[in-house]
Design a protein around this ligand. Structure first.
Ligand SMILES: NC(=O)c1ccc[n+]([C@@H]2O[C@H](COP(=O)([O-])OP(=O)(O)OC[C@H]3O[C@@H](n4cnc5c(N)ncnc54)[C@H](O)[C@@H]3O)[C@@H](O)[C@H]2O)c1
Length: 411
């Protein structure tokens, strides 16, 4: 396929060498409104460029990959599907229920591929819970806790200032729950359930940097931290934490607890455990850290300063955990430095193979909607003081749809 990338920003740069190298991607063109970013990408990655998304959508590309700022994805995905292009989108899918409904509708009527690129789908705890749930280890699902902690001081000021100009606070005050796919998606993928209703509380920001507060941002959002309880369609409960002001860096994005009637997965700072119960209640606890942590983290354990290195995210950046690395990738993607625990090559491969085969990738439109809409409902609930809010559902993919198979036996 010929691929058009929308956005020559910070995250897009992590994916560019991977798109260029993938054997199913023939050509890559990058669009950005900033001429200096286009020039930089052309020089750095050897790609042709166009001035904006409209020019790209009017061009001959077969597919687009959206890496624009987080609140712009929905309208860009709709325009791309309407223009007959397959769509890869960074998270979130959209920020309004209408955008999301329209993307699902277009994915159904056009048959084009839509994929929301959720890095956390391939985070080790998420993969482990999916795998063990499929094996029946947990028994009946009861409860999960997951969190995405990303304090403004840890890269977020610079990230929003990069494209926000003097108005950067208007977008930096993004309601945390509108970006809750990192927490919601892995639990739904493991359980196969959907969220039916939510109740959420917000913590009003007290920092005084002008990012959060009434009229401070595009959403008039006062909350920097939000906590939601989700009722799942399987009868279980999921507690979701989205924090942007927290004296905590790592663990940042993960499932902390995934509890069933027969077993529990637990992640505690740098260790992953599987607790299993005998029928008589005797517990057997297995440390599964070596399977779930990057090898460099395990190798550093016990060294002076290990805890601070983990706590400051100085270990594990772009290295895949063994549970992920056992899935094969096209050899052309091997050895390309990457980020986000080594997940981007797997997302690129999923999308390229989905477009080539017509099979549905992970977080196709219907699943992406189920992973994104609970966050919108949660923010609404927080604004109403925690009132329960029903989450709309767009159902399953059309009958006869085939899911993409992954080469490592893990989907
Ligand atoms: N783990 C993850 O899944 C993860 C991690 C980081 C970022 N992200 C997401 O990736 C997206 C990009 O983040 P970023 O930090 O790279 O943003 P950024 O501000 O660095 O880059 C966005 C770029 O898109 C360009 N752009 C916007 N609208 C455009 C249009 N209509 N035509 C052409 N170019 C356009 C901007 O000019 C800018 O250069 C965000 O949605 C972010 O949430 C996801």
């Amino acid at each position: 396929m010929r691929l058009g990338v929308i956005g020559a920003g910070q995250f897009s740069a992590d994916f560019l060498p991977l798109w260029r190298a993938h054997p199913l991607v023939e050509e890559v063109v990058v669009a950005d409104r900033h001429p200096e970013r286009r020039e930089e990408f052309a020089a750095r990655f050897g790609v042709a460029t166009l001035p904006d998304a409209d020019a790209l959508l009017g061009s001959e590309v077969d597919a687009v990959a959206i890496f624009a700022q987080r609140h712009l994805h929905g309208p860009l995905a709709i325009a791309a599907l309407e223009a007959g292009k397959h769509v890869y989108s960074a998270v979130p899918m959209g920020v309004t229920a209408e955008e999301i409904a329209r993307i699902v509708e277009l994915a159904g009527t056009t048959g084009l591929t839509y994929m929301m690129g959720e890095t956390c789908h391939y985070y080790p705890g998420a993969m482990f819970c999916r795998e063990q749930q499929r094996l029946g280890t947990f028994g009946d699902f009861v409860y999960a806790e997951s969190q995405y902690v990303h304090d403004m001081r840890h890269g977020f000021y610079a990230a929003y200032q990069h494209s926000g100009g003097s108005d950067w606070r208007r977008v930096a005050g993004f309601p945390p729950m509108l970006y809750s796919t990192h927490t919601v998606a892995p639990v739904l993928a493991a359980t196969g359930a959907r969220v039916t209703s939510v109740s959420c509380l917000g913590v009003e920001d007290r920092d005084g940097d002008g990012v959060f507060g009434e009229d401070a941002n595009l959403w008039s959002n006062p909350y920097s931290n939000q906590v939601a309880l989700h009722r799942l369609s399987n009868g279980g409960v999921h507690r979701v934490v989205e924090f942007r002001r927290a004296g905590l860096r790592r663990p940042g994005t993960h499932i902390g607890l995934f509890l069933g009637t027969a077993a529990t997965y637990e992640f505690a700072f740098s260790r992953h455990y599987l607790h299993r119960s005998d029928p008589d209640g005797e517990m057997h606890v297995e440390d599964v850290s070596a399977l779930l942590n990057a090898p460099e983290l395990e190798a550093a354990r016990g060294r002076p300063g290990f805890d601070d290195d983990v706590g400051n995210a100085r270990i594990e950046g772009g290295i895949a955990s063994p549970i992920l690395a056992r899935r094969e990738l096209p050899r052309e993607l091997g050895g390309i430095p990457t980020t986000h625990r080594g997940t981007p090559p797997y997302l690129v491969d999923d999308f390229a193979r989905a477009v080539a085969t017509g099979a549905l990738p992970p977080h196709h439109a219907w699943d992406a909607a189920r992973a994104t809409l609970p966050g919108l409902a949660s923010h609404e609930s927080a604004l109403r003081g925690g009132e329960a809010v029903t989450v709309p559902d767009h159902g399953d993919p059309p009958a006869g749809s085939v899911l993409l198979e992954s080469s490592g036996g893990e989907g």
